[in-house]
Design a protein around this ligand. Structure first.
Ligand SMILES: C[S@@+](CC[C@H](N)C(=O)[O-])C[C@H]1O[C@@H](n2cnc3c(N)ncnc32)[C@H](O)[C@@H]1O
Length: 256
């Protein structure tokens, strides 16, 4: 995200959805509905087959203790939620949610094929249908960048966590230097060219991907936003040469 001293990054601007639009929820949902059927294929192609390894790392970073409850929001086709469901030590329950019904249906099919009874629901991450303090872990993979209001979404994650629970966020992060320039070229040129064609996305979802990454807070700024949303002991680790980050933030325990 641009600061007072940094100019706004140059955007492609050819997606039907503007990542700066704070009321883009319905447009984001329609865009993901349009690419749902080819979403997994494109993930494998544009990540060079690495995306499942990044999700595995996020699950490991969550440090499950066994018998915990996990909510995976913005679950898409369910890859991260299913990894939590298969993780050891086993969680007591993994629930997955997303506001795009087409994605939830694909996640349900995948869970069925994997023989996992995983509850799923269609729900907006900014208004989750769960009581305060319901989960030990709330995870989100490549989802927070799409929140129409980032801070409200992070506060909602904190709300549904139990005190002492943790949020785990796997997300693309703007990189700097030579790697940043190479990654920028790949994300801005190659990914939209391949992604928009292979998915026939009329909304140009893979141009939105490029622009939403360019505008997204860097890892330090996201850490600060998590702290601002009430999380404590926030830390992150970068992966994929600094172009991805996994943030973990804890919901503070009440002071006795
Ligand atoms: C890039 S996909 C990520 C899917 C999955 N987590 C993964 O690891 O591949 C983003 C998902 O977030 C969902 N999404 C975006 N904004 C949302 C919101 N406000 N509430 C719920 N889901 C949302 C979209 O429908 C889409 O399925």
């Amino acid at each position: 995200m641009a600061t007072a001293t940094e100019p706004e990054p140059k955007l492609r601007g050819d997606s039907a959805v503007d990542p700066r639009d704070q009321s883009r929820g319905p447009a984001v949902r329609a865009m993901f509905a349009g690419i749902a059927g080819r979403y997994d294929l494109l993930n494998r192609i544009i990540s060079g087959g690495r995306d499942q390894a990044w999700r595995r790392r996020a699950v490991k970073t969550a440090g499950l203790r066994g018998g915990e409850s996990v909510l995976d929001i913005c679950c898409g086709t369910g890859d991260l939620a299913l990894m939590f469901a298969f993780a050891k030590p086993s969680p007591a329950a993994v629930i997955a949610s997303d506001f795009t019904p087409q994605m939830v249906r694909l996640a349900a099919d995948k869970a069925g094929r994997a023989g996992i009874a995983m509850p799923l629901c269609v729900a907006d991450a900014l208004k989750l249908p769960f009581a305060d303090g319901s989960f030990d872990v709330v995870s989100v993979g490549f989802g927070v960048r799409n929140f129409q209001q980032l801070d409200a979404g992070l506060r909602e994650m904190a709300r549904v966590l139990k005190p002492g629970g943790r949020a785990v966020i796997l997300e693309c992060t703007p990189a700097r230097g030579v790697i940043g320039r190479l990654a920028g070229w790949y994300i801005n040129r190659v990914v939209p060219w391949v992604g928009n064609r292979l998915t026939r996305s009329k909304d140009r979802a893979y141009s939105y991907l490029a622009d939403s990454i360019a505008l997204f807070p860097d890892a330090d700024a996201l850490k600060a936003r998590l702290e601002g949303a009430g999380f404590s002991n926030v830390h992150y680790r970068k992966l994929n040469l600094g172009t991805m980050a996994i943030h973990v933030g804890h919901k503070p325990e009440p002071i006795a």
